[in-house]
Ligand binder design. Structure first.
Ligand code: SF4
Ligand code: SF4
Length: 731
């Protein structure tokens, strides 16, 4: 056995032993979390579809390619990792025989060309990464850099290691060309270029150099392996696993039910001594949670899109994941200790880490500050952006659940919300008969379900608390009802029988209250025989469509923009009166990102003559939250800039006459911001915010029809568009 074989194999054995030890330890840490059998079952069940997702997300780098330049750079580096494995097969083979080639394909020009080209592309990628990191250095740009808070030294080390892989590869290949051992012809153009540079050294030196280079090339890879399993770049290996076990279709839409010890928590049977209520300790997270923490690449894409972070709040979704990861790793010896004795023998630093509250203020030495979890609007921008499918919202909501259900700790002003939901079934604490007051002034009767829904009724119109009780949102409700009436759609409402869908209770963390409201509504809907629902609030829409099935309530649910767009396309609504205005549309998070409804509201606007639509910079899946989600609508926004103000400033940059949206929460939040901007002179006095249903109503409205959409005394209703008075509706 020659020295090169001995050295090569010895290095490999040592590095593999170190790496395997670390991987086993990481595995034990991960499985010290709660079980998640539902993820394993779902992965098994959907293996075919998951394979497609793996192909598109991991091999196609789908999410990363949305960030064109860094995405492309990452694409090349990723594929270099895959393709250059063949060079490592050749390197190990050459330890045994300098003339080694991969059986069958080892002389293919296309492989030699591909290896050289991807290495070159990866080198270009490294330069791009280096430039991006220098330009986005958090020291210079502070919070605005997506790398703020990331471990930058580790990232530079990885870039340096990849660079070492590439130059040692060309040294190995160039010298083996000169020694006559290289398996490829001129197609491996870079290797031949390296050979040209090394040629003057002579054949003997090149032969020795080939041995040194192949050992160096292997050594770099082995050091890289050890570094990777000990660093954030672990994601190179575990990202495919994280994608495989992630929620389908993604971590958006419904919240997961509360689970304890691998089963859905039944509040009636739950035992506070043995059951887990949300996440109160790091070990309360499931192994999938631990996998999430370990997979974070610290790229900061989530942070850069987070409305809380971008308005100066302490919440960064990236830092939440990193803080949980760092805490889990620091507490790991405690979690893995087999007995009380072993735990007592641990170093004081580990014991101190183990005693930290998961959620607590700086004075309490908490891992996550309460202001962090309560700043989240559950807008979904982080989950949508994350290239490795980390489920930030679930983790934040689970921590809220523990705070609310076990610790009774939450922003004080939200106590009124919870009390009103519990006692009156709506956030404002109004009487149930107030739910029908929006119908006043309509020139037709809206059937209110009393017992069974009529056979001729196609849709149950879910009005929602805001739609029934908030003055601004009531205009949308009226417009939707009028449009359905005009189009000849038979619908009915629950009126006083409708209770809050429970969205704010669930997002507050009060799963118990949510389950009560959901069960109450499901009972009402089932008793009425409801099958199809049209909802005008995206939060209700999300709960009814995606969360009620968790409680046995399955209905066909659509949002009013989807139904109205369909009625337009079928010719059952015909807009005729022009609405000659510049309008920018704000995508509500729970309609857009959470439920992927982007086109129908735009189709409605496109169907109204005269509208000049101008998109904001952040639109569709990159839309910026209004600040109301996650029950934030009922909490004070004490830290940083107001999110609704930030969003309206962006809307103002399009110089709109009107801002449109499709959510009563957005209507309220952005309406408030508009009023503020008007009083400071930053917005024109005529600027208004309306639902797209109101815009459509203005165009189809006939003279003498109900004035659901007319100007209001408080000035926030807009002028009706001029019409030619001709009948505009085909029933
Ligand atoms: S859901 Fe929205 S507000 Fe919450 S952490 Fe993610 S991006 Fe930030
Ligand atoms: S959570 Fe995802 S998006 Fe955020 S920094 Fe980590 S990998 Fe990047």
């Amino acid at each position: 056995m020659t020295l090169r074989i001995v050295v090569g194999l010895a290095m490999t054995a040592i590095a593999l032993a170190i790496a395997v030890r670390r991987v086993r330890w990481l595995y034990r840490v991960a499985i010290s979390g709660q079980p998640a059998p539902e993820r394993v079952a779902a992965a098994k069940e959907n293996i075919g579809r998951d394979l497609r997702i793996q192909l598109s997300e991991v091999f196609g780098q789908r999410k990363l390619l949305k960030w064109s330049v860094p995405g492309l750079a990452h694409f090349f580096v990723f594929w270099a990792f895959v393709i250059l494995l063949t060079v490592y097969i050749e390197a190990y083979g050459s330890l045994f025989s300098k003339k080694f080639h991969i059986p069958f394909i080892g002389h293919f020009a296309v492989l030699g060309f591909g290896q050289d080209s991807i290495a070159l592309a990866a080198l270009a990628g490294l330069i791009v990464f280096a430039v991006i990191r220098i330009r986005n250095s958090p020291k210079r740009l502070d919070r605005r850099s997506r790398f703020a808070g990331s471990h930058l030294r580790g990232a530079w080390l990885i870039l340096f290691m990849i660079f070492n892989v590439i130059w040692t590869m060309f040294l190995f290949r160039g010298s083996s060309v000169n020694s006559g051992d290289f398996p490829y012809g001129n197609a491996a153009y870079m290797s031949h270029l390296a050979a040209k540079a090394l040629h003057p050294l002579g054949r003997g030196v090149n032969s020795d150099l080939e041995t040194t280079a192949v050992l160096l090339h292997i050594a770099v890879m082995l050091i890289f392996l050890v570094v990777v399993v000990n660093s954030k770049h672990l994601h190179i290996f575990i990202a495919p696993l994280n994608v495989l076990f992630s929620r389908r279709p993604n971590g958006l839409g419904p919240l997961e039910p509360m689970r304890s010890n691998g089963a859905v928590l039944d509040f009636e049977e739950a035992d506070p001594d043995t059951d887990v209520f949300g996440r109160g300790k790091i070990e309360d997270f499931t192994w999938k949670g631990f996998l999430d923490f370990g997979t974070c690449t610290e790229c900061g894409r989530c942070q850069s899109q987070c409305p809380a972070w971008n308005t100066g709040k302490p919440l960064s979704p990236k830092m939440v994941i990193l803080d949980l990861r760092d805490h889990a790793l620091a507490k790991a010896p405690y979690l893995l200790a087999g007995s009380e004795e072993e735990r007592n023998a641990l170093p004081d630093t580990v014991k101190a880490e183990a005693s930290r509250p998961l959620v607590g203020t700086e004075a309490e030495n908490g891992v996550i500050d309460p202001d962090v979890i309560w700043s989240c609007t559950t807008c979904g921008a982080c989950v949508n952006e994350c290239p490795v499918d980390i489920e930030h919202i679930d983790h934040i909501m689970d921590m809220r659940r523990y705070q609310v259900l076990i610790e009774s700790k939450f922003p004080t002003e939200a106590a009124t919300l919870l009390k009103n939901l519990e006692n009156k079934g709506n956030p404002w604490g109004m009487g149930e008969m107030a739910r029908v007051e929006w119908m006043e002034g309509l020139d037709f009767e809206v059937p209110v379900v009393d017992g069974k829904i009529g056979d001729d009724v196609e849709y149950l119109f879910w009005v929602g608390c805001a739609g029934a009780l908030d003055d601004r949102a009531k205009k949308t409700t009226k417009a939707v009802a009028e449009l359905l009436h005009i189009a000849g759609v038979k619908f009915a409402v629950l009126g006083p029988m409708e209770a809050c869908s429970g969205d704010p209770a669930r997002r507050m963390g009060n799963e118990f209250l949510f389950s009560m409201l959901a069960q109450q509504n499901i009972e009402t809907l089932n008793e009425a025989g409801v099958r199809k629902i049209v909802a005008s609030c995206p939060h209700c829409f999300n709960s009814l469509a995606n969360e009620y099935p968790q409680f046995g309530g399955s209905y066909e649910v659509i949002h009013h923009t989807q139904l109205l767009a369909r009625l337009l396309s079928e010719g059952r609504l015909t807009p005729v009166a022009p609405v000659a205005e510049r309008i920018t549309y704000h995508d509500p998070c729970y309609l857009g990102r959470h439920n992927r409804v982007y086109t129908p509201p735009r189709e409605i606007m496109a169907g109204v003559p005269g509208i000049q639509a101008h998109e904001m910079h952040r639109c569709r899946e990159r839309s910026f939250c209004c600040g109301a989600g996650g029950a934030r609508m009922w909490m004070e926004e004490r830290i940083g800039k107001r999110i609704n103000s930030e969003r309206i400033e962006e809307a103002l940059s399009t110089d709109p006459d009107t801002v449109s949206t499709a959510c009563p929460f957005c209507l309220v939040m952005l309406g408030d911001a508009i009023e503020e901007k008007k009083s400071s002179g930053a917005a024109k006095k005529s600027l208004e915010i309306v639902d797209v249903a109101q815009l459509l109503m203005r165009s189809v409205k006939q003279p003498g029809a109900s004035q659901a959409d007319g100007p209001s005394a408080d000035g926030d209703g807009g002028p009706a568009a001029d019409g030619d008075g001709s009948p505009s509706v085909i029933g």
